[in-house]
Design a protein around this ligand. Structure first.
Ligand SMILES: Nc1nc2c(ncn2[C@@H]2O[C@H](COP(=O)(O)OP(=O)(O)O)[C@@H](O)[C@H]2O)c(=O)[nH]1
Ligand SMILES: [Mg+2]
Length: 421
């Protein structure tokens, strides 16, 4: 893995620099705002520092040592055992000398414990808040680590204890066991004898961020108009999300937006979109076929963004599924399109798997997760991203239009999955 820091006047500028150097596969690990300090601070500007990484294929120069990792740390974890797990002390108060096992236990006892029904853990939260410092440390020792990486051994007792705790936290947050094992397998390859708790945490954090990948939102740099389809089951928040996104582009960026709706199954559905169209003073058309869609687009072809709302349907309804596929495939080739699959974070894992499969047949999509405010466990977001292999784009966390939406915040979600707030 290559990891580096990039600065810019804005977050976007710093990310752009990272992409230029590392390529389009670069993933943002952390964003830090550096406020100017000192007497001359009024003359200086705030800069943004982005830590970005690129995952390379892991190359083992010594195949034998790679084989030795078969002695996996997490294989010894018995989750049936009702054992209490504790987090080691936070970095500020930790002794610089390596703590002995008993000193470690004493310290740990002072910290809160992860017991059933009580997921919050101050030690872990503090550590997660300090992740940027941790990443920094890792950057400075990066070269040394590269050599050590090849000697893959099991971790120290406190490391093992900590890995167990992370393992359990991820499961409690509904990350699928298969993926938890995958993360731990990968993390183990770079852990070594005596890996510090910080090192383990930041390694697991980085692995997870890389798996979620860099979010991918609407690309407004192409030619206009850009046609943006929103598909997904009923009631997940397609229409509301369209209103939020359209409003941002219209109000914040001054773009011209228009609406089409193919959700003609319910009168109330077209009325709902019409209300938002009126507020934004944007044209709206109701369409029943691909021909009508192309004709309606033609009428607003000097607009930047055209949002197409669609009807949700049961993923078992093949006729409706076919209609939707025809509609999207029938878009005039002259137009550029993006398709977003809208999913609710509250939907059951099994149903999400089916939905993702059915809609994959309709078009290539990016994923929007809604209703993050209605659940406390975000594991499904992680599971579905890995299962679908599609990019994440936006996340929404409430009914307020236009405020309750943001670009998918990978760092925030991973921190929460690891037990942070
Ligand atoms: N709590 C919460 N409710 C949401 C969110 N997004 C949409 N909703 C609500 O979910 C319901 C269905 O939304 P709607 O946009 O009509 O869904 P659609 O059928 O997919 O178009 C409405 O009551 C919305 O206000 C969200 O992020 N959080
Ligand atoms: Mg709708």
């Amino acid at each position: 893995m290559t990891i580096n820091k990039y600065q810019g006047k804005t977050k976007e500028e710093a990310i752009e620099k990272a992409k230029q150097e590392l390529g389009p596969g670069a993933v943002v690990m952390n964003v830090r705002e550096i406020k100017p300090k000192g007497m001359l601070k009024v003359f200086k500007e705030t800069v943004y520092e982005v830590t970005a990484a690129l995952e390379e294929k892991e190359v083992f120069t010594n195949p034998l040592s790679a084989l030795n990792t078969a002695a996996k740390m997490h294989e010894g974890i018995n989750l049936a055992a009702d054992e209490k797990l504790q987090v080691p002390k936070t970095p500020e108060t930790q002794n610089t000398a390596a703590p002995t096992a008993s000193a470690f236990r004493q310290e740990a006892e002072m910290k809160s414990e992860v017991t059933h029904g009580e997921r919050r853990n101050d030690g872990l939260e503090k550590r997660l808040e300090d992740l940027s410092n941790m990443l920094e440390k890792q950057l400075s020792v990066g070269e040394k680590r590269k050599e050590e990486k090849l000697e893959m051994q099991t971790a120290s007792p406190e490391g093992l204890q900590f890995v167990k705790m992370l393992y359990r936290t991820l499961l409690e947050n509904d990350v699928n066991e298969k993926f938890v094992n995958q993360i731990m397998d990968e993390a183990e390859k770079v852990m070594h004898n005596g890996s510090s708790v910080d090192y383990i945490l930041s390694t697991v954090y980085q692995k997870m961020i890389l798996k979620l990948g860099q979010p991918n939102t609407i690309d407004t740099t192409g030619k206009k108009p850009k046609i943006i389809f929103f598909i997904g089951p009923t009631g997940v928040g397609k229409t509301t999300t369209i209103a939020k996104i359209a409003s941002k582009y219209k109000v914040d960026e001054g773009m011209k937006v228009a609406f089409l709706t193919a959700d003609t199954y319910r009168i109330a559905a077209t009325e709902q979109l019409r209300v938002y169209a009126n507020i934004l003073d944007a044209p709206m058309s109701i369409i029943y076929s691909a021909e009508e869609m192309n004709a309606a687009i033609e009428r607003v072809n000097d607009y930047h963004l055209i949002f197409v709302d669609t009807a949700g349907f049961s993923h078992k309804n093949e006729a409706q599924c076919g209609d939707m596929k025809k509609m999207i495939a029938g878009l005039d080739e002259a137009y550029e399109k993006e398709v977003y699959l809208v999913l609710s974070a509250t939907t059951k894992y099994k149903d999400l798997l089916e939905i993702v499969d059915i809609y994959r047949d309709i078009a290539d999509y990016k994923i929007i997760f809604t209703k993050l405010d209605e659940t406390t466990t975000f594991g499904n977001i992680f599971n579905i991203k890995l299962y679908a292999g599609a990019s994440l784009s936006y996340m929404t966390n409430g009914q307020n239009v236009p405020d309750d939406i943001e670009e998918f915040n990978t760092q925030k979600i991973v921190k929460q999955l690891l037990g942070g707030r």
